[in-house]
Design a protein around this ligand. Sequence first.
Ligand SMILES: [Cu+2]
Length: 508
Amino acid sequence: MSETTEPARGDNSAEASPTQPAARPAPPRADVTAGTAPAPTAISGRRTDGSQAQGLRPTDRRGALLGLLTTGAAVVVGSIAANRRPATSTAGTGRTDGTVAATGTTIEVTVRVDGMRFVPDTIDVAPGDRLLITLDNTSDQVHDLVLDTGAATGRVAAGASATLDAGVITGPTEGWCSIAGHRAQGMVLSITTDGAAGHADHHHSAARSASAVPDLQAPLPGGFEPVEATLAPAPTGTTHRHTFTVTEVEGAYVGAGVTQTRWTFNGTCPGPVLRGRVGDVFEITLVNEGTMSHSIDFHAGSVAPDDVMRSINPGQSLVYTFTAAHAGIWLYHCSTAPMSVHLASGMHGAVIIDPVGLAPVDREYVLIQSEIYLGPEGGQTDADKVAAKTPDLMCFNGVAFQYALAPLEARAGERVRLWVLDAGPSLACSFHVVGLQFDTVFLEGAYMLGGPEGLGQAWGGGSQALGLQPAQGGFVEAVVPAAGRYPMVTHAFADMEKGAMAILMATD
Ligand SMILES: [Cu+2]
């Protein structure tokens, strides 16, 4: 950190004129550092000597900077303007787009990361300046910086840095972190050329790639294997060790003729369904083989979240041990910000802990409802749709309509138990089976009907739908009365029509 350059920033008279850059001794490298407060910050690469200050009042700029310094919200060290580097004697002679002349000056700016913010988040340069941006990833997560010109740093690990060449800046340019959800969380960077280095709400303005268009009538693709919904009994033993490897899977089929890049535990969405009994111990090794930070949160255990739920970077691992003290179907999910996007991108699953005394039945299935917010075909989750809670598709077990097109099986007269979990991230489920009435309902740790005490039998009770808010789960049971096709749906019908429906095909 250099303090010697700071006075020059507020002293415009000390700035070299643009036409005499060689008169200025090479200054220390400009860095911009900030405190912990994620307040929007702006910095100017423009000279403030008035020679290029159309519409800019130097005193305003100085006042703004002094304000930052004195409030402690951010500390600006060094000077971007001081780092203007004369390139060649051809300054001012180049033309890049027919209207803006290249000045021949190169501006170098270092941008840090504070939480989900770039610091500074606005860089003001003179039209025609060439801009080099170094992304110094001072956060604990992977990030990148891409510009709407296509320039990009590539993924930058926590603690690392990378530089992109933004080229000659001829007009306003927008940048952002391209990791899904980070832009929506506020990781946007404005490059301005008009001196108006204010913080603008611009991150929804850029043109986006067109969303994939779901074909709700699409058949299953050839070779597609539906996700296994049949539930096996809990394995023997009281300690369950599993490795969950996070990968980001390209070309994953999500239903309705669309593929997306899915973020997964062990390559599938949902992740592995674990099952055990009350009191069992689960020891999970989480390995991050993705390209960004991830984590896991098991609702099935009671633990201090600080350590085991921490985000880990690519190449890292952690061990997460919990004891399943209570029965139910419990959600697990990635809890790296934005959680909604990580969860919607596929990072969720279930741990089933059998209630004590759970009676065997003829068939058990598990159905995990979740929402899908389509990005472009083959692309990633659209974080803006996630934030707006406007999914394109709804699904059971990660793929819309999969069990409508490849029905689950039963026989007439069988007792079927259906475990249902609402993974969300944001919408509820009203689980209903057309043609069946439930005589047993277990919701969030307790029987509402049936069970060891035969709840409801004395008054002839029955149930038509299991209502689940996000992260709630349970099971229902019914005896299939006859052969037929029984649709299993969310009775939130708009969501059913987007794919949260399955068929139970009963034969004699
Ligand atoms: Cu994640």
